[in-house]
Write a protein that binds this ligand. Structure first.
Ligand code: ADP
Ligand code: MG
Length: 328
């Protein structure tokens, strides 16, 4: 599944976990809300649930401990440790409780009711994000990623399915989820070949070269491209073609959607989709990039909020909308 050089040292964060691992029955303390599950991956199912004692909604991530015949409990402990470390950041999903059964571990997470930004990334017309919305979301994503990188954590699976919203309309805050592939960077240990999702992986992953915080920044470039154009920049007919497109940085900046954007938006993407990891902008640098600094001239905060809410036929809810720099 993954190879890490320098055996002995671990890129997993297994510091003392403070969250109690409960062995009481999860089902007795929570009602799983019937209906479609929130999400499903290779080894996890996420379901909406309600804590019986408080009536609060959560998202419960059920993780199998045995995967492909191997005991993967330490991987889950790592995910818990990372969520504890990231607890101070509002941009990263909160962990409420942990339960363990013979076969599974259950991470009870804060519920992000606005779901994945993926939905808007593939949506047409009114449902799709405007450039101003993308900027507002991108700032938040970068704040979360900057927090991770300051703490020497790389996410390694940043993609629209792992960026959730607290509410879809009015547009809420983002929450980064899924630390299943995340790793801690250690000074005297090189980390290689942790395979994320083909469309979003950086060239160094394909070339078996060292992973760094810049590996996440590549994915941020892909994410920005997708949020702005609703197309995946490197996606080919099959995995091989996708990998070839990535390693050749075969990217089309002449797409109509891109041409309609400000030059600074294109410059932002170009500062990330660079082969050499060291040449890519960092999360902090991206936050200072002029694309994210510039305020829509013709749009005030107020009419932007009402525009977004008109589209969804709901009333504006001003508190969660970004303050304009002038009001700070
Ligand atoms: P996996 O490792 O299987 O990808 P994730 O943690 O990414 O697991 O969860 C899978 C999906 O479940 C996510 O893409 C998202 O759609 C949904 N999901 C996960 N956490 C939450 C949450 N806290 N609130 C709402 N939906 C969630
Ligand atoms: Mg995921």
């Amino acid at each position: 599944r993954q190879t890490e050089t320098n055996q002995g040292a671990t890129a997993l964060l297994l510091d003392n976990i403070k969250t109690p691992i409960r062995t009481e029955s999860f089902q007795e303390l929570y009602n799983v809300i019937p209906g479609k599950e929130l999400g499903r991956g290779k080894f996890a199912i996420v379901k909406r649930c309600m804590e019986k004692s408080t009536g609060t909604e959560y998202a419960a991530k059920f993780l199998r401990k045995r995967r492909k015949g191997q005991d993967c409990r330490v991987d889950v402990l790592h995910e818990i440790a990372v969520l504890e470390l990231t607890n101070p950041s509002h941009r990263i999903i909160n962990l409420h409780q942990v339960y363990e059964t013979l076969t599974e571990m259950v991470l009870v997470l804060e519920y992000a009711a606005g779901r994945e930004i993926f939905n808007q990334c593939v949506a047409e017309g009114d449902e799709a994000f405007t450039q101003e919305e993308v900027k507002w979301l991108m700032r938040q994503i970068l704040e979360g990623v900057a927090f991770l990188h300051r703490n020497n954590i790389v996410h390694l699976d940043l993609k629209p399915q792992n960026i959730l919203l607290t509410s879809a309309c009015p547009l809420g805050d983002i929450k980064i989820v899924d630390f299943g592939l995340s790793r801690r960077l250690c000074q005297n240990q090189e980390l290689r070949e942790i395979m994320g999702t083909p469309e979003y992986v950086a060239p160094e992953i394909l070339n078996y070269e060292p992973i760094s915080t810049a590996t996440d920044m590549w994915s941020i470039g892909v994410l920005a491209y997708m949020m702005l154009t609703r197309t995946s920049p490197f996606l080919g007919e099959d995995k091989q073609e996708t990998f070839l497109n990535i390693s050749q940085i075969n990217i089309d900046y002449t797409e109509d959607e891109l041409q309609a954007l400000s030059a600074s938006a294109i410059h932002f993407i170009q500062s990330l989709l660079i082969k050499e990891p060291k040449s890519r902008a960092s999360a902090e640098e991206c936050l200072r990039h002029h694309w994210l600094q510039e305020q829509a001239q013709e749009k005030t905060e107020e009419n932007l909020t009402s525009e977004i809410c008109q589209r969804a036929h709901t009333k504006p809810a001003p508190p969660s909308y970004p303050p304009s720099p002038s009001s700070l």
